[in-house]
Ligand binder design. Sequence first.
Ligand code: UDX
Ligand code: ADP
Length: 481
Amino acid sequence: MEAAQVFRKVEKIVCVGAGYVGGPTCAMIAHKCPNITVTVVDMNTEKIAEWNSDKLPIYEPGLDEIVFAARNKNLFFSSDIPKAIREADLIFISVNTPTKMYGRGKGMAPDLKYVESVSRTIAEHAIGPKIVVEKSTVPVRAAESIGCILREAQKHNPDLKFQVLSNPEFLAEGTAMRDLANPDRVLIGGENSVEGLEAVSQLVRVYEHWVPRERIITTNTWSSELSKLVANAFLAQRISSINAISAVCEATGADVGEVAHAVGCDSRIGPKFLQASVGFGGSCFQKDVLSLVYLCESLNLPQVAEYWQSVIDVNNWQRRRFANKIIAELFNTVTDKKIAIFGFAFKKNTGDTRESSAIYVAQHLMEEHAKLSIYDPKVSKQQMFNDLKNVTSSQDVDRLVTFETDPYEAARDAHAIVILTEWDEFLTLDYNRIHETMKHPSAIFDGRLILDQKHLQNIGFRTFAIGSASEQEYNLFGSSI
Ligand code: UDX
Ligand code: ADP
């Protein structure tokens, strides 16, 4: 005889955490599963109000349309966390796990206080069986801690039943809706027990609404948790690898774009994530690589820790190397010189600035007393102010930085333009017009390799791009720091 089912068919999903992961993911589930009611909750009531307004709290191409179509039909945003938990069949934990800035593991380990707090809230308010799914990126065996808290509640209330699954999210910002609609894979990790397998198959059924079954991978919980860290570490490692090679290109006359293309044509290597840049940013790569380093150190695997730490070290070096290049090429002093920064987001098509390389390049230039005028099409002035204040001081930001809403104004009277985000609109600006209003000689430092160097040189700019030796001389970027 088959064992009775513990978990109901999933009809109500709750997601705790209405951020960059929770919001878009749940919007897609609601869009693809009209028979499932999805409620996204957050302790931040302002954020929930924004999710319920005409201006959503995050910018993500394609998100507005899906949210506006499903909202208040089968997609809800609410601050009533206990009610949502009581009613849910399945609960996603999508809260932030930032790098810890205090105590044990400071600067390395992810801070699990939000995950733990949600687990306790679930334990307190749950009635009946619940499938609890960690979507936040967590260290290996975090599911065990969540399970431990939930099992404690179970002891006092036999009606409660919990299964904890790992279902990491692989979406990238800027392409989140596309990634969610058409994922390379969905990964679900669970316990190898009757109830564990039942919970896994319930979540598989949710994704099967739109993801082909062969793209849904099921593993044990720890493999799933570790795979998320490893996927991000591999992607970050490719960027640090090509960025390390960019320095060799600058010193030799090789072109990093050509090298990346030639290397990426090998089907064993592949072309993606080989775009040299001023360094990777975003909320995930640095945090997850550091989490992996911390894990390896905790497991007494210092060689493995050191290997992954070097991915971070090269990234920091690349940012400083680029800032130093700007200073060197502006005749070794940027004091009181106006420098226009084009782009502040960590990549195009997002307003997110977390760990953006722009923050650190700006910081280095501010340390040299440069006057920055910053333009980004999607990042608010307040956000940029806060980011820069955190690495310098409010007084320095007030003294040295202006925030512009027009790139032409940002560049007026500047000695140089520095491209830090690869926004498409930077490709179509009228650089003739910009050049006329700048101080001469005018320079453009392309930290994203998006502009046509020849065209700019014909206008009269001095140009410098990561990973390409300029026509003017070799070894321009080559000086080590
Ligand atoms: C990343 C992972 O791609 C995603 O799977 C995971 O779920 C979260 O972390 P995200 O940080 O949103 O996504 O963006 P991604 O496109 O990976 O870019 C990260 C950083 O690397 C950006 O600063 C980007 O500009 C930079 N990058 C990316 C490069 O410098 N070169 C490249 O070739 C690719
Ligand atoms: P991510 O990029 O991982 O989605 P975000 O910072 O964008 O991270 O979003 C995480 C969200 O989780 C935030 O809106 C935060 O307010 C919310 N959050 C954190 N802890 C809790 C909690 N205990 N209960 C409810 N919401 C929480």
